[in-house]
Design a protein around this ligand. Structure first.
Ligand code: ATP
Length: 363
């Protein structure tokens, strides 16, 4: 198995306008499931292909098990890659597809037979072993592709958006399945996705990337609770976090945050914050942390439900006429785009509140 380390790795494609990776540092522990997540073009696939040996490294060092691997040929890395398109051999049966890698390596027939049987059992493919890929569903094909990778007992698995071709229900199932298989096999796994739900539910740790740089490497829980910056705060969490412009101030003898009509008394955290940096701040407030208040009062603000999405258990309210400035100070351009396309404050509230469009509420 493998430990994989990026040390100040950079990548510039010939003719590429901006660097695809800049000073990229990441240490992937042996046996770890790590997810690389970020918007389109942030460099996820480039990083993954470097591990596989499919992409030249412009600068810095890539190590696999403490050995410099920058120029190691792909076949000498013993790393298995599962792609978006499953790349199954259409003329071979499921059993033959799974066995293929072992066969070309000259494994004994009885070893191949045993390994294929075990892998098929693990992936619940036993009843399909004699079928050709054309007669399988998307999810079954996906499992065969995983089986081909698993059967080789590689140093590491690399997966590039392996679930993006599946429908939502199957994606949910396979998400849990891949995470389960990884924990069983304990093979170091690097998983690329732009889907933050996959990132949050599958990985031990998640590397959030933007524009070729690592923004934060952390557990899913920490990314959600303690995002390192506004990009991470807005990328992780669905519906996305609200940013409000505010000012640190004093209210009834204690520190408080004033965001337009909203006056939030702050506890200890506020004391620490105001001693460090008085003045203007951006408040990040997740939609699921807002609640309907029975009446106006301290720590509430009024707004109009401009649009209501009924999600079953919850209502997603898009609110305007709240008098709060939407925050975007210190944001990179991408984030500003994000703000202008989502100009309303969002609140996710229990659907027992029968709120309709144009209703005025206190939050
Ligand atoms: P996506 O989620 O869309 O697959 P990604 O995060 O995987 O994106 P990469 O494919 O790693 O991003 O691309 C990073 C940057 O490098 C992008 O700006 C992309 O346009 C550029 N790039 C990727 N491959 C090449 C190439 N062969 N030649 C030139 N530029 C490239």
């Amino acid at each position: 198995m493998a430990e994989i380390t990026f040390e100040n790795v950079s990548k510039t494609y010939p003719g590429g306008k901006a660097a695809a990776l800049t000073d990229f540092n990441l240490r992937i522990e042996d046996g770890e499931f790590i997810v690389l997540v970020g918007p389109s073009g942030c460099g996820k696939t480039t990083a993954l292909r470097m591990i596989a040996g499919l992409e030249d490294i412009s600068g810095g060092t890539l190590r696999i098990n403490d050995k410099v691997a920058n120029d190691l040929a792909p076949r000498d890395r013993d790393i298995a890659m599962v792609f978006q398109s499953y790349a199954l051999y259409p003329h071979l049966t499921v059993a033959e597809n799974i066995a293929f890698g072992l066969k070309v390596r000259g494994a004994k027939p009885e070893v191949i037979e045993k390994k294929v049987r075990e892998t098929a059992e693990l992936l619940e493919l036993t009843e399909f072993l004699e079928r050709k890929p054309a007669r399988l569903s998307g999810g079954q094909r996906q499992r065969v592709a995983m089986g081909r990778a698993l059967v080789r007992s590689p140093n590491a698995f690399l997966m590039d958006e392996p679930l993006s071709n599946l429908d939502a229900r199957l994606r949910g199932q396979m998400r849990a399945e891949i995470a389960r298989l990884q924990r069983l096999s304990a093979v170091t796994t690097v998983y690329v996705t732009h889907d933050q739900v996959e990132a949050m539910t599958m990985g031990h740790r998640v590397a959030v990337m933007n524009r070729g740089t690592l923004q934060q490497l952390d557990t899913p829980r920490h990314l959600y609770d303690k995002p390192a910056n506004m990009f991470v705060a807005s990328f992780i969490g669905s519906p996305p976090i609200n940013f409000m412009e505010g000012e640190l101030t004093a209210h009834e003898g204690g520190p408080a945050l004033a965001c337009g009509p909203l006056m939030l008394p702050l506890g200890e955290a506020g004391r620490r914050l105001s001693s460090r940096r008085p003045g203007k701040v951006i408040l990040g407030m997740r939609p699921e942390h807002m609640k309907i208040a029975p009446e106006a009062g301290s720590g509430t603000f009024g707004a109009r439900a401009a649009f209501v999405e009924d999600l079953g258990a919850t209502l997603l309210l898009h609110m305007d006429e709240h008098g709060i400035a939407i925050g975007h100070a210190n944001m990179v351009e991408d984030d500003r785009d994000l703000m202008t396309t989502v100009p309303k404050l969002k609140a996710l509230v229990d659907s027992s509140h029968r709120i309709q469009r144009d209703d005025r509420v206190h939050l």
